[in-house]
Ligand binder design. Structure first.
Ligand code: PLP
Length: 459
């Protein structure tokens, strides 16, 4: 491996000396300087010292346009006045009770009134805990073990939720029956055996796989937009096939709407009019504090009731935490249909501008996504599943990383995999600033692409 620092990395280092200093301190206490894999990137991440609206200030005093929004969880951006007021009022009254509170009930009333598939619900401390409990509920309800998940799908920080997260061409096997792949060396074989991997957006293949495994299958879990693979929207046909086939075989259909609730008050299930048995939520419903939830039909959710014969066990010290509930309630009350419409339209403008920037640069690329969620791909081919997305990632090599750094040094913050999401704190001027930054970044990147990855250039 070359030890030479790439010129664009040098530019980034010169831009962020204070973050570099903090990163070396972090290395003394965190392995590799990191305590959260998704927020880490090389050579080191920008440290943020404060944030308000759509601007986050880094340790060197740059005001960064924040399109990351803590991985989609800040639908109003940072320090929304209603959320700040609610948290300040609540924290003075105590931050955690091992007891119900009216905030919990009110937030649940709001969510159940909006999300069509949720009659009853429970709060959790994270999205991962929500998906875990949904899977346990499905197993308890069906008496079956296996879970079908999508190739490239992500449902949290536990093994089953990450099986085949990175379906590399050498290991992933046949599209009609993909292999269950571990993402690291910690995965028990039992988890891989209990997971059936389904290709995304392939209605016929999914139907056949559900037929084949029906007797062992407790649940099918699916994100209505495949997030980690770069915001690939599911087709209505695909989701309807999953609905129809799971119903036919008595399999629980779980929609993981931890990310996608931000696209519509009722989630993508409302947009597609496909109603799952269970829905997992998280991110935006906590108003910026750690949160998760699961909900669904009364029949299934009753399995958690303390009055049930053998309730599914779910304790969790911070579930329904009163401070989180106060923040979440303020954020969700401040989110109405016109707000989701507006940020979805802003993201439409962003995608259009980004696509235009790629066209003008002569570099193969596209902005993919739906609603307020967007991801850049170094590919001009259709992207419908994880395999299509991987083609682009492999073709791009380290250009994805370099584009991310180039955008950062131009004041635009996205996830390192080039995911961008809009917030209600943004205006058209912010969108246009991000588009300008992409034009500039691609122009800077072009000579390196020409030299190192010429196939990415349109002849
Ligand atoms: C679709 C999806 N499900 C579940 C999770 C897990 O949520 P958390 O990180 O709050 O545990 C995430 C997190 O990014 C997610 O994107």
């Amino acid at each position: 491996m070359s030890t030479q620092t790439h010129p664009l990395e040098s530019e980034y280092r010169a831009f962020s000396p204070a973050s570099a200093t903090l990163a070396s301190r972090a290395r003394q206490v965190f392995p590799g300087g990191d305590t959260r894999a998704s927020a880490h990137y090389l050579p080191y991440p920008l440290s943020i010292v404060e944030a308000s609206g759509c601007l986050a200030t880094d340790a060197d005093g740059h005001h960064m346009l924040d399109f990351m929004n803590n991985f989609t969880s800040l639908i109003h951006g940072h320090a929304h006045p209603e959320v700040v007021a609610a948290v300040q009022a609540q924290v003075a009254l105590g931050s955690a009770y091992a007891a119900p509170s009216d905030h919990q009930i009110e937030l649940a009333e709001l969510i159940t009134s909006r999300v069509p598939g949720i009659e009853l619900m429970r709060f959790t401390s994270s999205g991962s805990e929500g998906t875990t409990m949904a899977i346990r509920c499905a197993r308890a309800a069906t008496g079956r073990q296996k879970i079908m998940k999508m190739e490239g799908g992500y449902h949290g920080s536990f093994e089953l939720a990450e099986v085949s997260l990175v379906p590399t061409p050498d290991k992933r096997g046949n599209l009609a029956a993909p292999n269950s792949l571990a993402v690291d060396n910690s995965f028990p074989d039992s988890v891989l055996r209990d997971t059936v991997i389904c290709p995304y957006n392939q209605a016929d293949l999914a139907g056949a796989l559900i037929d084949q495994h029906a007797n062992d299958l407790a649940a099918v879990i699916v994100e209505p937009i495949l997030g980690s693979m770069g915001m690939i929207p599911a087709t209505a046909e695909f989701l309807s096939t999953l609905r129809q086939k799971t119903q036919q075989h008595g399999v629980v259909l779980i929609f993981d709407e931890v990310i996608t609730l931000r696209n519509s008050l009722g989630g993508m299930q409302e947009v597609h009019a496909v109603i799952p048995d269970l829905t997992c939520l998280g991110k935006i419903i906590g108003g910026g504090l750690p949160v998760g939830a699961l909900g669904g039909s009364a029949e299934l959710m009753q399995l958690f009731s303390p009055e049930a014969v053998r309730p599914v066990m779910h304790a969790s010290t911070f579930s329904g935490n009163v401070l989180t509930m106060a923040a979440g309630l303020a954020a969700m009350r401040s989110l109405q249909e016109q707000d989701t419409d507006r940020i979805n339209n802003l993201a439409g403008r962003l995608r259009q501008g980004f696509n235009h920037a790629f066209e003008q640069s002569g570099i193969r690329g596209q902005a993919l996504g739906m609603g307020s969620l967007t991801n850049l791909h170094f590919s001009d081919q259709p992207i419908n599943d994880a395999r299509d997305a991987m083609e682009g990632m492999i073709a791009a090599g380290h250009m994805t990383r370099l584009l991310h750094l180039a955008m950062l040094t131009r004041g635009v913050m996205s996830a390192s995999r080039l995911m961008f999401c809009t917030s209600t704190a943004m205006t058209e001027a912010d969108i246009d600033a991000a588009v300008t930054a992409l034009h500039e970044s691609l122009a800077v990147l072009r000579p390196y692409i020409k030299k190192e990855r010429p196939d990415l250039l349109i002849p």
